[in-house]
Design a protein around this ligand. Structure first.
Ligand code: TA6
Length: 290
């Protein structure tokens, strides 16, 4: 997965999964080559910003519960509800480490790549194989995550997203600002509505908001605000499984629902992305503590 020389502050991991560990004066973090999965990020002196399940399955080819799963080339089970694996193939494929640098300020700048030709052809038989994905990560006091999709000679049509799990002190004391007035589809009821004020949590929440706006996760328990800016994303998904869904999810602890909220930058369903031959598409989140 890599033959490049690693700078001070970045070391190779081989267990529980192959990957790299970032440990600099600015932040610590973990990135697995399985799914180019950012499994941890903690800026110096802060609570962890990303949440990872203690029961996460850390095996090659398996989806990891927590961190930042990459959603590509479909969301959920796809628009027909028939696609597997859930949320597509990028997060269960083995990526290669292409670049790893650390700035004088201690920011780790990392690039991972996935060539379509290297992906298990059984995973997405309808997909052309001449595409290429890159994940650009800037991990320091701020985390910048950019998923770039490059089309080869064939046009690409896909859904994409960054399915980020954010650690919170207590979901009951957490709200999300930035979606006031945004239309959303409720995946629990198949209904549509318009957000009034901040998003707060009193039960299972699974909504696709039509919004390109910056989000703020206000965490009154830990007395911090996470600022989540995004580029190239027409929608935001807000998800918390709450009690019953958490209990029914094998790689979630029964009480884990209280410790995280997903705020995802996505392009799904009627906002799916079309890239012409030779074109590219970028979706990114910039996450900081303010
Ligand atoms: O993005 C929200 C969602 O689609 C929820 O419906 C729930 O399924 C969540 O993703 C988790 O997906 P995963 O495949 O990681 O179990």
């Amino acid at each position: 997965m890599t033959d490049i020389e690693l700078p001070e502050g970045i070391t190779l991991l081989d267990a529980p999964l192959a990957g790299i560990k970032v440990d600099t004066p600015a932040a610590t973090g973990v990135i697995y080559f399985n799914g180019a999965h950012i499994a941890a990020w903690t800026p110096a002196g802060q609570h962890p910003v990303l949440w990872l399940s203690d029961q996460a399955i850390l095996e090659p080819g398996k989806a990891i519960r927590g961190g930042i799963p990459l959603l590509w080339p479909w969301f959920g089970a796809g628009d027909d509800g028939q696609h597997t694996p859930m949320h597509g193939i990028a997060r269960v494929s083995t990526w290669n480490l292409l670049r790893a640098k650390v700035s004088p300020a201690g920011t780790a700048n990392i690039v991972l790549g996935l060539d379509g030709a290297a992906v298990d052809p059984g995973l997405a038989p309808d997909l052309p194989r001449d595409y290429r994905l890159e994940l650009h990560i800037s991990m320091g006091k701020t985390l910048i995550v950019q998923l770039v999709v490059f089309a080869g000679d064939s046009e690409l049509f896909f859904e994409d997203g960054l399915h980020s799990y954010f650690a919170v002190g207590d979901i009951h004391k957490t709200r999300i600002e930035g979606l006031d007035g945004a239309a959303y589809s409720d995946r629990l009821t198949d209904g549509c509505a318009t957000q009034q004020g901040a998003v707060s949590f009193e039960g299972e929440t699974d909504r696709i908001y039509e919004s390109r706006e910056t989000l703020r996760i206000i965490d009154d328990e830990w007395n911090r605000t996470l600022l989540i800016e995004k580029v190239g994303s027409a929608q935001s998904v807000i998800w918390n499984p709450w009690i019953a869904k958490a209990a029914a999810t094998p790689d979630l602890g029964d009480d884990d629902w209280q410790e995280f909220v997903c705020a995802e930058a996505v392009n799904v369903r009627d906002q799916s992305v079309n890239v012409e031959p030779g074109g590219r598409h970028l979706i990114s989140q910039t996450i900081s503590i303010i």
